[in-house]
Design a binder for this molecule. Structure first.
Ligand SMILES: [Zn+2]
Length: 465
């Protein structure tokens, strides 16, 4: 046994708010600093579960808000160390944090304007001005396959980053600290996913693994099955002359979806109808993707980059720039595909497109991922006949369709495959999953590897490894 402790500070028995603290008695290293999101969002997230001034360094796995969203709070509360990640994660994080800060400022201002109950108690966790000091502390580390070897992040603490295949820039962190070697998956992607590389196998002997378990009890269909379903839905709607509204997250899902359509269009399998990405954040993030094309899967290079083409730009696709362009889409006739955020129809511009298009049976609403309980997306997927939006009742007559298997997360078999390929593994902590999903994965891992210790930790638990 080493003298290293892990404190599970977030995303334990839940899927958001990832924070894991490593302590070897000399130094404290934080793995991710995520915001809790959704229905069970904790109201006092400015109360960090540790003293910010005692954290010596942070390593970030990827740029989703539930892994980076509390970095500005950490810095505001006196963190003076460095933040490490891949280059793409740094650039994407800057966009995501600026957007999050802007939305929080907007929400607080709106509550004050409307004089909502307790409006004077509603403050943004941080503002746009707080993001600069975070970015100043950020250093980048190349992926292992680009530049192999350890990076010193603290005296006697070393790190390697492997591609996790979850979103652009996502990494599995291998840490050598306190006399042991540990790996933290962050979020792990699917094998054979579009645009991204597969999760990169770890070369080291790893004693302890902290692994996500979002889909610990679920099996996805092969990625190839998505194309047939997508083509069918679009063709049927185009024949009716309808519009296809695609709620999609600005980071990851939008770019993946655009890439799939581009490839199918070039292969002559997809109808050549106008496609519009209507999300200012998605446009900014797509620019970051284009800057980091070296992080795409090799196949993307063979299909597009080698021919001098950008996989995220093609002739019948455009990105809106102004609010006027967005509004003009209301009167643009179908067939037309509008891709807009948010992915669960819980806010953002897509709400206006839904309000304008739900009542027409010619149209289709095409969801591209998991819809959380309590969101408009979930109600529509579950067959609501009428919804309330912007103070009015809207009948749902449009076709509702779901591309379920376009997931950014590995399924149960893929998680088993990834952990099963690691040399010397002794113990696995399953995080980033709802309790029953993590427990289902624990049981199946123990069946295959009875010699392993597999633990589903609770928030606040401390383990010595
Ligand atoms: Zn993620």
């Amino acid at each position: 046994m080493s003298n290293l402790t892990i404190t599970f500070c977030g995303a334990d028995g839940a899927v958001t708010g990832s924070k894991h603290l490593l302590d070897d008695g000399q130094h404290k290293l934080l793995l991710d600093c995520g915001l809790e999101q959704g229905r069970d969002q904790a109201p006092h997230q400015d109360q960090l579960p540790f003293n910010a001034q005692e954290i010596n360094a942070v390593v970030i796995s990827h740029a989703h808000l539930d892994h980076i969203g509390l970095l500005p709070v950490l810095v505001k509360q006196g963190f003076t160390g460095k933040i490490y990640s891949t280059d793409a994660t740094k650039d994407l994080s800057e966009q995501i944090l600026l957007d999050a800060a802007h939305l929080q400022e907007q929400d607080a201002a709106y509550a004050a304007k409307k004089k909502w109950e307790g409006w004077d108690q509603i403050h943004p966790l941080y503002t746009v001005d707080d993001i600069g000091p975070v970015m100043e502390k950020w250093q980048t580390i190349p992926y292992q396959f680009i530049q192999s070897g350890w990076t010193d992040v603290l005296p006697s603490v070393q790190v390697k980053l492997y591609d996790a295949g979850h979103i652009l820039g996502s990494a599995v962190t291998v840490v050598s600290m306190g006399g042991t070697t540990l790996a933290y998956t962050g979020d792990l992607g699917r094998y054979d996913a579009p645009l991204l590389r597969d999760p990169d196998p770890l070369a080291e002997t790893i004693e302890t693994l902290i692994m996500e378990s979002t889909y610990g009890n679920r099996l996805h269909h092969p990625v190839s099955a998505i194309n047939d379903q997508l083509i069918q839905v679009v063709k049927n709607t185009a024949i009716r002359g309808g519009k296809i509204i695609v709620p999609a997250f600005s980071l990851g899902r939008t770019q993946e979806f655009v890439y799939i359509i581009h490839k199918l269009t070039d292969e002559g399998l997809f109808p050549r109808i106008p496609i519009v990405v209507d999300s200012p954040l998605a446009s900014r993030i797509t620019a970051v993707f284009t800057k980091h094309q070296q992080d795409y899967d090799k196949a993307v290079g063979e299909d597009f980059s080698r021919k001098g083409e950008d996989p995220l730009i093609f002739s019948n696709l455009r990105y809106t720039q102004t609010v006027e362009e967005s509004k003009a889409l209301n009167t643009t006739p179908g067939p037309l595909i509008i891709i807009s955020a948010s992915g669960m129809a819980s806010g953002g511009r897509v709400m206006h497109h839904l309000a304008n298009n739900l009542a027409d049976p010619k149209n289709t609403i095409l969801f591209t991922g998991y819809q959380a309980v309590g969101t408009l997306g979930r109600s529509l997927v579950e067959g609501a006949k009428q919804v309330h939006m912007f103070g009015q009742k809207i009948a749902v007559r449009a076709e509702i369709s779901v591309l379920n298997d376009l997931s950014a997360h590995a399924d149960a078999l893929e998680l088993e495959r990834y952990s099963g390929a690691i040399n010397g593994l002794q113990r696995v902590f399953l995080v980033h999953g709802e309790q029953d999903r993590s427990e289902a994965l624990r049981d199946s891992l123990l069946m295959r590897h009875p010699q392993w210790k597999v633990i589903v930790p609770h928030v606040g638990e401390v383990e010595t490894i």
